[in-house]
Ligand binder design. Structure first.
Ligand SMILES: [Zn+2]
Ligand SMILES: [Zn+2]
Length: 257
């Protein structure tokens, strides 16, 4: 029996004799594919890499060949391919799995913010001069993966810094989502959008540089940033997770300590 298995393993290796690690490398992380997914255009990525990359892209396209990817495409691990990778590179896949686990642990200390920022632009009737028009821009910062309550929990305020030629206060603070700023004016300038966090966040304020756009309807951009939570908050999160598996008795016992 052992012999038979050995034979089939050899056959498998022969069939894939020209398979090199390079051939099975993820084009995003440039490492051996782990939890591979295959797009409809037949490109393979690590599931994690693909998900992170598509979060960043405005349009859903293949990062390699730029073919559009249907909205209903559900990236799931190709189990047969994953198996094949384990057969071809047993040591390497084990190592990659370990890396992935470590990364997951590390990520627990961080909170990922999916930012969408930009400005709209419209030509509107001039408020004072009849028959004339004016430009209206409205800048925004949205945190797409958090609810308004979560935003309130983590973010102290968002500050938009106007160009020095604007009349009045230049640093405009917005304490509640949606974080938006609107002006009637025309003129390209870099509008820094600063995110200030509450005490529970360890990270320094984040600055996003947005160049105001007056072409057509305006522009939006996506960016993912990671913020570090203070130790206490991390423990709270851990407790929450631990609590899930506990019986109510145990929870009671803990609170009596
Ligand atoms: Zn990858
Ligand atoms: Zn492709």
């Amino acid at each position: 029996m052992d012999k038979l298995e050995d034979k089939s393993a050899n056959k498998e290796n022969k069939n894939c004799s020209n398979s090199s690690e390079i051939e099975h490398t993820c084009p995003i992380c440039i490492h051996l594919l782990i939890q591979p997914i295959i797009t409809p255009c037949k490109h393979a990525y690590c599931l994690k890499c693909y998900e992170e990359c598509s979060e960043l892209l405005v349009k859903n396209i293949c990062p390699m060949c730029r073919s559009p990817i249907p909205k209903d495409f559900n990236p799931i691990v190709d189990k047969d391919y994953a198996k094949k990778l384990v057969q071809l590179f047993p040591k390497e896949t084990l190592e990659r799995e370990k890396q992935l686990e470590e990364l997951k642990l590390l990520e627990k200390e961080f909170l990922k913010l999916k930012l969408n920022f930009g400005n709209t632009h419209a030509i509107v009737p001039h408020p004072k001069k009849e028959g004339e028009t004016s430009h209206r821009w409205r800048a925004h910062l949205r945190i797409e993966n958090l609810t308004d309550e979560q935003i309130q929990e983590y973010i102290q305020y968002v500050e938009f810094e106007l160009h020095h030629t604007y009349v009045g206060e230049k640093k405009i603070k917005k304490f509640k989502a949606p974080f938006e700023l609107e002006r009637l004016a025309w003129g390209y300038f870099n509008l820094p959008i600063k995110i200030f966090f509450k005490d529970i966040v360890e990270s320094e304020p984040i600055v996003i540089d947005h160049m105001l756009c007056f072409d057509g309807d305006g522009i939006t951009n996506n960016q993912i940033v990671k913020i570090k939570l203070k130790k206490v908050e991390q423990d709270k999160e851990k407790d929450k997770n631990r609590g899930k598996g506990k019986s109510s008795k145990n929870v009671l016992k803990d609170s009596n300590k």
